[in-house]
Design a binder for this molecule. Structure first.
Ligand SMILES: NC(=O)c1ccc[n+]([C@@H]2O[C@H](COP(=O)([O-])OP(=O)(O)OC[C@H]3O[C@@H](n4cnc5c(N)ncnc54)[C@H](OP(=O)(O)O)[C@@H]3O)[C@@H](O)[C@H]2O)c1
Length: 272
């Protein structure tokens, strides 16, 4: 396949996060060529239909088109995928940098698992990228070229805010920044409201406004979180009683336990 283009962003893995990123990039009018490779032909057909991207069922042909590789398979599939790429004819890989989205897999593993002189970055976006209001943490190999850093930052900026953080903080960021927290809190608050007699629709509406509008208000104002909490919960009032009872029942402890379990899971990913 000599002469194939090598200017594309190539996603290896066409699942949930790839679909969300493609939707966000399309929404932002991103115009650089994108190729998606996945081992499921039906997923590739669907992605091509939904996002108007090029798809490639053959790993070799996908990789040789890459200007930048994005590893978007689940953590337990990363090692095998990188080893397969490492077995390709070196003449088939033109790219010199790659990004892994895999939760918990450190840069040192990525370097060790692919026998190629690639520079690695890690990125942690979320499916909120679909709306353009995402947040992506990124971290780079020490000698990652400055121009490539800029290009990667610009790429993720299309779908939201980008935060560069040290790799040592990546797992803590990963367990904290999941849009699932918002859905989980919404489901719990609405479920509790239904038990008090609200119908499902009203319960979801009230809970969604309580969570989203409060947080949006905080983000858009210069008022501190403590001051807003004080304003919304009059001492001795209904909100103050509700929150105090939640705290006494272990609200913060439960969240900490959840995050610690997530960190444990990330550390197990690193040992694969
Ligand atoms: N989902 C999120 O919100 C999110 C956010 C940030 C980062 N991430 C990270 O992104 C990665 C992907 O997550 P996801 O939720 O998008 O997973 P997913 O929906 O399971 O998508 C992964 C896709 O890659 C395919 N695949 C696996 N091994 C392959 C291989 N060797 N060759 C070709 N295709 C292969 C899978 O096929 P099969 O279904 O046949 O296995 C699947 O279609 C994970 O490492 C995760 O930690 C996810």
């Amino acid at each position: 396949m000599k002469g194939a283009r090598s200017d594309a962003i190539v996603f290896l893995g066409g699942g949930r996060i790839t679909g969300a990123l493609l939707a966000g990039l399309h929404r932002a009018g991103y115009e650089q060529p994108i190729v998606v490779h996945d081992r499921n032909a039906d997923k590739l057909r669907q992605l091509r239909r939904q996002h108007d991207v090029q798809v490639e069922a053959d790993l070799h042909r996908a990789v040789e088109q890459a200007h930048l590789l994005i590893i978007a398979v689940r953590p337990d599939s990363v090692r095998e995928l990188l080893q397969k790429i490492g077995q390709l004819d070196p003449g088939q890989t033109h790219t010199t940098w790659a990004i892994s989205l895999a939760a918990g897999i450190p840069l040192k593993n990525l370097r060790a698992w692919m026998d190629r002189p690639l520079r690695w970055a890690r990125a942690m976006p979320s499916p909120v990228a679909r709306s353009g209001r995402g947040l992506t943490a990124i971290t780079f190999d020490r000698h990652f070229p400055a121009a490539a850093r800029r290009e990667i930052r610009d790429f993720f900026t299309r779908v939201g805010i980008v935060l560069e953080i040290p790799e040592s903080k990546f797992d803590a960021f990963t367990v904290t920044y999941s849009s699932s927290h918002g859905y989980h809190a919404l489901a719990a608050l609405a479920g509790a409201a239904e038990k008090l007699g609200l119908d499902r629709k009203t319960a979801l509406t009230a809970a969604a406004h309580a969570l989203a509008d409060g947080i949006l208000g905080w983000r858009e104002s210069n008022i501190s979180l403590d001051a807003l909490l004080h304003e919304a919960a009059t001492p001795g009032g209904i909100s103050a009683t509700t929150l105090a009872t939640m705290d006494q029942s272990g609200y913060e402890r439960v969240i900490q336990q959840g995050l610690r379990a997530g960190m444990g899971r990330a550390k197990r990913n690193a040992k694969r």
